[in-house]
Design a protein around this ligand. Structure first.
Ligand SMILES: Cc1cc2nc3c(=O)[nH]c(=O)nc-3n(C[C@H](O)[C@H](O)[C@H](O)COP(=O)(O)OP(=O)(O)OC[C@H]3O[C@@H](n4cnc5c(N)ncnc54)[C@H](O)[C@@H]3O)c2cc1C
Length: 495
């Protein structure tokens, strides 16, 4: 065993979507982490496929959205079908208030490949074949044991981002567990082609008396397919293509004609959240922190949101531009958001299983028809456009929501959207030099996005940190105090 003397400050455990995007975002925020992955090479599994509009906006801020938009299928609506493939309901995403009013669907291995390529372009490579065996506390930080083949190495790390998936060594080292429940039933998830004709840019959920089947389009005329399997069929053996094809036809009472099976895996669905997401030096991201029903399509997206949240905060702290307690807000803010994700995914899961129960009882399932406004609100929930940090210590009153035009703000700093005529801006500019850009809504075309006489502070992650009506400079004083609560002013100490 060797002990290295100098090591990077941030170590990321696991190069799945959470670890890869955390590395991309850290690099953008000026930090070069070390990213280790126990697999010897990338996988080719479809798994989490739908990138939600809120995450596409985040990828746009990271300068990364284009390769995803080019590679993915744009799912613009979802059809809910009952027995005989009769339509129960149809949900369209138009009018939900994002520049991307669709889910961008691509296999998870492709998402990971895009992120790895981006990292390689920045000169950072994943260290494949390197497993984190343990993470331990020491007087001056964390000590991480890495194993590579029959060699092992102990490295110090100031911060560890635990992105190792459901069986997280980082979470275990914190003596935490994923509290919650595992849903009834067992499922298969598969990546295959089908013969059944489907509308383009449309995902289909088919419910019947024995089950549900999800057919979600992927690039290259392929489909991500979920189907529940019988309780009697509980072996962990993956089905053959013929077995899966006949299971789908039986479940849908239609000729789905599955063929060209590329990947299939048995899996269970969970609703679980880590009892503690961070301890000051260790931060849990993605499946290490939470598991939600894939029917909500939010797990992978929440993983990417976790990554973005910790990256901007660590970037500021490691540059000395923010005080370390800023990092405590990670557990608060992502805890709020992750609980919301679990709730929304659970609602979708319950709705689908409820429809199956109706079919089993011999009825034709129905879903309540909402008003147009209710339908938009419901779609915004499903597309994660309503994720909010309201209630966090890091945001002021009436703040915490995503800034709808945030994708148009450049850079890694904070932005203040406020009329250029407001008194006190020069003082703010000087005090927060290099950290705060002041944007005049009239000049920059944000007029419609900001109420008259309002000052809106947009954080580096595109969420509103502070919102106030300008009254004789009071709002500017309050904003200054808000920034001082976690940022260190240019050339000075935080008040
Ligand atoms: C079979 C299956 C099907 C799924 N289907 C869907 C779906 O249809 N829709 C959906 O939304 N989600 C689905 N998911 C969930 C989705 O894949 C996850 O939410 C997503 O992968 C979370 O990303 P992550 O980076 O947190 O974890 P992961 O993708 O699990 O990545 C963790 C990485 O860390 C590595 N690692 C673990 N421990 C260590 C260690 N000690 N040292 C170094 N490296 C380590 C692992 O090898 C892995 O590469 C599915 C998951 C599985 C397993």
């Amino acid at each position: 065993m060797t002990t290295a003397s100098t090591e990077p400050t941030v170590l990321i455990v696991g190069a799945g979507p959470a670890g890869l995007f955390a590395a991309c975002e850290l690099v953008r925020h000026g930090v070069r982490p070390r990213l280790v992955e126990q697999r010897s090479a990338p996988h080719r599994e479809a798994r989490g496929t739908a990138l939600q509009p809120a995450v596409l906006e985040m990828l746009a801020r990271a300068g990364l959205v284009e390769p995803f938009l080019e590679a993915g299928v744009h799912i613009k609506h979802i059809q809910l079908l009952g027995p005989g493939l009769r339509e129960i309901a149809s949900e369209h995403f138009a009018g939900t208030g994002s520049p991307y009013e669709f889910q961008c669907s691509l296999p998870q291995w492709r998402t990971e490949a895009i992120l790895r390529t981006h990292l390689a372009d920045q000169g950072l490579d994943v260290e494949f074949g390197t497993e984190v065996a343990s993470v331990e506390d020491s007087a001056d930080g964390l000590r991480v044991t890495l194993t590579r083949g029959d060699k092992s190495e102990v490295v110090p790390a100031a911060y560890v981002l635990g992105a190792g998936g459901g069986h997280s060594v980082t979470r275990h080292s914190m003596h935490e567990h994923l509290a919650g429940e595992t849903y009834d039933g067992r499922y298969y998830v598969a990546d295959a082609r089908i013969g059944l004709a489907c509308p383009s840019e449309c995902a289909r959920l088919i419910v019947g008396p024995t089950a549900f089947v999800l057919l979600s389009p992927l690039p290259d005329d392929r489909w991500l397919i979920f189907v529940n399997r019988d309780e009697s069929d509980v072996g962990d053996r993956a089905p053959t293509e013929a077995e899966l094809a006949s299971l789908l036809d039986a479940r849908t009472d239609a000729v789905v004609a599955l063929h060209d099976l590329r990947w299939v895996s048995p899996f269970k669905m969970h609703k679980r959240l880590a009892t503690r997401l961070a301890d000051g030096r260790r931060f849990l991201l993605g499946d290490a922190a939470h598991l939600s029903s894939p029917l909500g399509g939010e797990g992978l997206n929440a993983a990417l949101m976790d990554a973005a949240d910790i990256a901007w905060k660590l970037g500021l702290v490691l540059r000395g531009a923010a005080t370390p307690p800023l990092l405590d807000s990670y557990a608060v803010e992502r805890g709020l958001a992750d609980q919301h994700v679990l709730k929304v995914s659970d609602e979708v899961h319950a709705m689908v299983t409820g429809l199956v129960a109706t079919c089993r009882g011999g009825g034709f399932p129905e879903v309540p028809v909402g008003t147009p406004q209710q339908n938009v609100m419901s779609s915004r929930r499903r597309l994660m456009l309503d994720v909010s940090y309201a209630g966090s210590v890091l945001v002021g009153p009436q703040a915490g929501d995503r800034f709808a035009a945030g994708h148009r703000l450049d850079g890694v700093g904070h932005h203040l959207i406020v009329s250029a005529k407001t008194a006190g801006l020069d003082r703010l500019r000087a005090r927060w030099h290099g950290m705060l850009s002041i944007v005049d809504p009239a000049k920059e075309g944000f007029a419609g996005a900001v109420p008259d006489r309002a000052a809106i502070l947009v954080r580096p992650d595109g969420f509103i940190g502070f919102r106030e009506v300008i009254r004789e400079g009071l709002a500017i004083d309050a904003l200054d105090a808000h920034l001082s609560s976690y940022l260190v002013p240019a050339g000075g100490t935080s008040s």
